[in-house]
Design a protein around this ligand. Structure first.
Ligand SMILES: NC(=O)c1ccc[n+]([C@@H]2O[C@H](COP(=O)([O-])OP(=O)(O)OC[C@H]3O[C@@H](n4cnc5c(N)ncnc54)[C@H](OP(=O)(O)O)[C@@H]3O)[C@@H](O)[C@H]2O)c1
Length: 298
């Protein structure tokens, strides 16, 4: 297949690029800057323009967006929001106007769309929630409408916490945990719905190929855990104590509203659509996932 990706320079995108190329697909990347070379294109999130012409595509994977994992200043909130809903809509208008729009779009979204939901079990049938990230994710998903309107099969992939030692949340957690300074965040009762990078890349590839999948699809593993259990498992995998709690007020002081939106919010999300399409997780439980990812690196 000929597949194009935005955000290919990022944590998820670079792993996906490698995986798709290893599977023998031709992959074009769309970045916001840098000189165009063979197989690389420019796109401008402010206008949706893509240069040079993309040519026919079987699939498009849209991963680009401003990082949410920093203190949310007013400017960053604007950048997070603008780079999701509006930029996605502009890009999808451009793609919809191509002589041959892609047959399938897999567009990143986030489980943050469900808000902060305590112990409630959530799947794709659950209503969206409240808060900044929920609003951003709703607009992000709605931004794919122009491609849906021209008959492209659209998958809005609600991604959970992506785990891999080479990036994202786990990479940030490893240094303190390796020093024995890890511990639960706040009261540790918040649910964390995670997926390994390895399984996420497989799930994206699966969504491209699986014709019956469309609309919202949760990209999380089948076994979410509380932050307290996550902390315990990570300490165990590293053979280090992990008892030092980080109080909620300290997280709020450090990260502002991002602390409540990302670190302390509780999301117990299940992958109902992936499961009913018979997707198999290679890392279904946290102990197996951490074992596979960290044993060689302990
Ligand atoms: N990692 C997670 O745990 C997680 C969880 C839920 C959802 N997601 C979502 O999945 C997608 C990929 O995640 P990731 O961890 O790979 O993110 P990432 O490492 O931050 O990469 C995102 C990419 O988006 C592009 N980008 C950055 N700022 C942008 C902006 N202001 N406007 C448009 N594009 C911008 C960059 O690509 P170029 O510089 O090449 O254009 C960047 O490499 C993101 O949309 C993220 O929100 C990730």
């Amino acid at each position: 297949m000929r597949i194009a990706i935005t955000g290919a320079s990022g944590f998820v995108g670079s792993a996906l690029l490698q995986h798709l190329r290893a599977e023998g697909h031709t992959v074009a990347t769309l970045a916001r800057s840098g000189p165009p070379t063979a197989g690389t294109f420019r796109w401008d999130p402010a206008t949706g323009a893509v240069t040079p012409d993309l040519g026919p595509l079987d699939a498009f994977v849209h991963l680009a967006g401003e990082s949410v994992a920093h203190r949310w200043t007013a400017a960053r909130r604007r950048a997070i929001a603008d780079s999701r809903g509006p930029a996605t809509e502009r890009l999808c208008r451009t793609l919809a106007a191509l002589p041959q729009p892609p047959a399938v779009l897999v567009s990143a979204s986030a489980i943050g769309v469900y808000g902060d939901r305590g112990d409630e079990e959530l799947d794709e049938r659950s209503a969206a929630g409240n808060g900044f990230l929920a609003d951003v994710a709703r607009a992000w998903e709605a931004g794919t409408a122009p491609l849906h309107a021209v008959g492209t099969r659209v998958v809005n992939l609600r991604i959970g916490i992506v785990l891999d030692p080479r990036g994202g949340a786990l990479q940030r957690m490893l240094p303190p945990f390796r020093l024995g300074l890890g511990g639960p965040l706040g009261n540790g009762r918040q649910w964390m719905s995670w997926i390994t990078l390895h399984d996420l890349v497989r799930a994206i590839t699966f969504c491209i190929g699986q014709r019956e999948l469309h609309g919202t699809v949760n990209a999380v593993g089948p076994a979410p855990v509380t932050n307290r259990d996550f902390t315990h498992e990570l300490g165990r995998a590293l053979r280090r104590p992990a008892f030092l709690p980080v109080p909620a007020f300290a997280l709020r002081l450090l990260f502002g509203a991002m602390a409540d939106g990302v670190l302390l919010g509780s999301l117990r999300v299940l992958p109902r659509e992936l499961r009913s399409a018979a997707f198999t997780f290679e890392h279904p439980t946290l102990d197996r996932a951490l074992g596979a990812m960290l044993t060689a690196r302990r």
